[in-house]
Design a protein. Structure first.
Lengths: 161, 247
């Protein structure tokens, strides 16, 4: 419990998001004040991975559908009009979630909270809220590049909580 | 001889990045979506190199690697593992399994090529679609001066293509007694780390062969160069004619 509470999740998430977006998308994301981020209207896409082991939890990355399209074009080195299907977008968001989640998992394991990482999953919809229950710790962080925003949520508990 | 490369990843995106990275080279790419498909393809095509993801459904990369190492006819195929996990335990596990190398995601295509080149010999593809030679795509001649024109954007494919043609171009120029090269960046939209890496390779390879380089670009490129330690001292000429006059 103490071990989990002393983890600097903000630092882990910030480093992972900035590294993954810069390397894979050539996008320089900046941490943003959560209060200044307006709730996205329209379709949202959420990439999720879960952790299971001494530490259990999940990590969700929320982006608007429009930003997801921009991210997909950047990752695949193509124009927005060249994106063939939603499957391409889901694959990109899933892979980015895997990379960010993989980095978090490594940091957790190095801190002694060994866990395994799930394969990523995707949720798409409008006007929905994810409310996982019974977690000992819940953190949410916002990142911005110009007008585009990514929200990252992390839920955690240990086998002793 | 065309090199056979097998990429095994459940993500179409990653398979596409791997394919694009190897595109400038004389390679034949095959794709598998999981360990089961990867093993079947490995047995069928006997690749020269396997780029293998770890986290996959049906059969993950670790299981596939174990089975591969258990097959006498497949065990010597070099494998580069891709993993999203950089933790000490994970890395140790991978290294102990006898892979040639591993890469932690996120990664860029040109980084993968750098690792692959340490394991297998990658030859540049002789002809692109439509018969256009890769050398002709980037190089031209004006009087006795050779001109290298970079495109609007330096992505992984462009970067790999350029790095692949540097050696043959240097040989061609030194063989012909040519020692003047203009690097034309006037079409470039921005200066970023990908461009800086490519420029360092260009300067390194040509200057080692005593080939003089002058750089042409817009005033915006010249201003951006000041922001990078590697390019802050580079003089940027406004036109090819001005650069030629500076040799």
């Amino acid at each position: 419990m103490t071990q989990m509470n002393t983890i600097d999740v903000k630092d882990f998430v910030t480093n992972a998001i900035m590294d993954v977006f810069d390397t894979m998308l050539s996008m320089q994301m900046e941490p943003a004040d959560l209060g200044s981020v307006k709730a996205e209207d329209g379709n949202r896409i959420v990439g999720s991975v879960s952790f299971a082991g001494k530490l259990m939890g999940s990590m969700n990355i929320h982006v608007s559908e429009q930003f997801a399209r921009i991210m997909t074009a950047a990752m695949l080195g193509m124009e927005l009009e060249e994106i063939e299907s939603n499957e391409d977008i889901y694959d990109v968001i899933g892979e980015l979630s895997n990379m960010v989640g993989g980095d978090l998992k490594s940091r957790f394991c190095d801190a002694g909270l060994t866990c395994e990482l799930s394969i990523p999953s995707i949720t798409k919809g409008t006007d929905f809220k994810i409310e996982p229950q019974d977690w000992a710790r819940h953190e949410c962080f916002a990142f911005r590049m110009k007008k585009d925003v990514a929200l990252v949520e992390v839920y955690m508990k240990t086998d002793q909580t | 001889m065309t090199l056979k490369v097998l990429t095994v990843d459940d993500s179409k995106t990653i398979r596409m990045i791997v394919k694009k990275a190897f595109k400038p080279f004389d390679c034949e790419l095959s794709e598998g979506e999981n360990g089961v498909e990867g093993l079947a393809l490995a047995a069928k095509i006997r690749p020269d190199l396997i780029v293998l993801d770890i986290t996959m459904p049906v059969m993950n990369g670790i299981e596939m690697l174990e089975k591969l190492k258990g097959e006498p006819q497949l065990k010597d195929i070099p494998v580069i593992m891709l993993t999203a996990e950089s933790g000490k335990d994970n890395v140790m596990k991978i290294v102990k399994m006898g892979v040639k190398d591993y890469m932690v995601k996120p990664f860029k295509g040109d980084e993968l090529i750098e690792r692959a080149q340490k394991i297998v010999k990658l030859e540049p593809k002789k002809a692109e679609k439509g018969g256009e030679d890769v050398l002709k795509k980037y190089f031209s001649e004006n009087d006795d001066v050779h001109i290298m024109m970079l495109p609007n954007k330096i992505d992984g494919t462009v970067s790999a293509e350029i790095k692949a043609v540097l050696e043959p171009k240097v040989k061609e120029m030194t063989g012909a007694g040519a020692n003047q090269l203009i690097l034309d960046l006037s079409h470039l939209s921005k200066v970023d780390t990908s461009l800086i890496r490519v420029m360092l390779s260009i300067f390194n390879d040509f200057q080692k062969a005593d080939i003089n380089i002058r750089v042409v670009g817009t005033s915006s490129i010249a201003a951006s160069f000041k922001d990078f330690a590697e390019t802050s001292e580079v003089t940027v000429y406004k036109s090819t004619e001005e650069a030629k006059g500076a040799f």
